[in-house]
Design a protein around this ligand. Structure first.
Ligand SMILES: C[S@@+](CC[C@H](N)C(=O)[O-])C[C@H]1O[C@@H](n2cnc3c(N)ncnc32)[C@H](O)[C@@H]1O
Length: 276
């Protein structure tokens, strides 16, 4: 059977390769650029540490068991385990999940499944979505999480949402904020903590833009020029056949539109602690 390649998962795998090899970090989430931390790539590990410290500081003190949904490289789950929490992960089968499994070994169980298909009899004190909330339909994630929580348990969500503004963002992703507010209102979950960190997370996108401009674009051009000079007809054919894909790549990554200012215009990054 032909396996369908999930481009979002490939993107996450590439992100991990880049972060691990050049920055010696395997966090997969945005950074929090606070205290005038400059938006440059070498500051990303520090900003990502700020982010994970903020999340850790908001875990209520009676919490013992945590289910992390979408654990990426497993680094955050690893930190949670080191802090003494009983942690379990549920994350789709991918190279990233294999990496997490190797990192977490016998410390944390990694269930390789989409959250939508995950079944368990267990109940947890806290369910964590650190930048995984946007990948799952809210009509699946919220009722399922409520079901998996002990009475009085918590859901922590850190992710960006789409603002209701005119125009189209080069950066995709995120549930519509208005739909989220409606879902939240209807869920009976109580907001224990909420913080808008859009301004502090936006520099992460400026860094992605710098990487696109200074690294990915020159590589892209080298490949196209190389192909064009050796096999001009092949390049012409590919550009014709995959014109939509070419246009999308050029618009999303190389137009300069994917930057911190536009992130603030189109997205809203929120951190929530919700109580059942
Ligand atoms: C941006 S990474 C975040 C990783 C990690 N939580 C962190 O904060 O570093 C998003 C994660 O969500 C996972 N994911 C995507 N779709 C999912 C789904 N349907 N169910 C569970 N996890 C999912 C991805 O595989 C990836 O591990």
């Amino acid at each position: 059977m032909k396996t369908k390649i999930n481009s979002k998962e490939v993107g996450l795998d590439l992100g991990l390769l880049l972060f691990k090899n050049f920055l010696d970090t395997d966090y997969m989430h945005y950074g929090l650029f606070k205290d005038n931390l400059e938006a440059k790539i070498t500051n990303l590990p520090k900003a990502q540490k700020n982010y994970s410290e903020l999340l850790l500081s908001k875990i209520p003190k009676d919490v013992k068991s945590i289910l992390e949904v979408g654990c990426g490289s497993g680094r955050f789950a690893y930190n949670l385990h080191q802090k003494g929490y009983e942690v379990e992960c549920v994350t789709p089968q991918s190279q990233l999940a294999d990496y997490a499994e190797n990192l977490l070994l016998d410390k944390v169980k990694v269930n390789k499944s989409k959250y939508e298909h995950f079944k368990t009899e267990k109940k947890y004190d806290l369910i964590l979505f650190s930048e995984s909330f946007q990948y799952i339909k809210m009509k699946d994630s919220i009722p399922k999480s409520i079901e998996f929580l002990k009475p009085g348990g918590f859901i922590m969500i850190a992710d960006f949402f789409q603002k209701d503004v005119k125009g189209k963002s080069a950066l995709g992703g995120g549930h519509k904020f208005s739909l989220w507010e409606k879902t939240l209102n209807e869920s009976n979950l109580k907001i224990e903590f909420e913080k808008d960190v859009t301004d502090e997370t936006a520099p992460t996108i400026d860094i992605a833009n710098q990487l696109s401009k200074n690294l990915a674009y020159p590589i892209w051009q080298l490949i196209l020029n190389g192909l064009g000079s050796k096999y001009p007809l092949v390049l012409k054919f590919l550009k014709w056949k995959y014109s939509q894909k070419f246009n999308k790549i050029e618009h999303t990554y190389f137009s300069g539109e994917m930057n911190g200012e536009n992130f603030k215009k189109y997205k809203r990054y929120m951190i929530y602690l919700l109580n059942k």
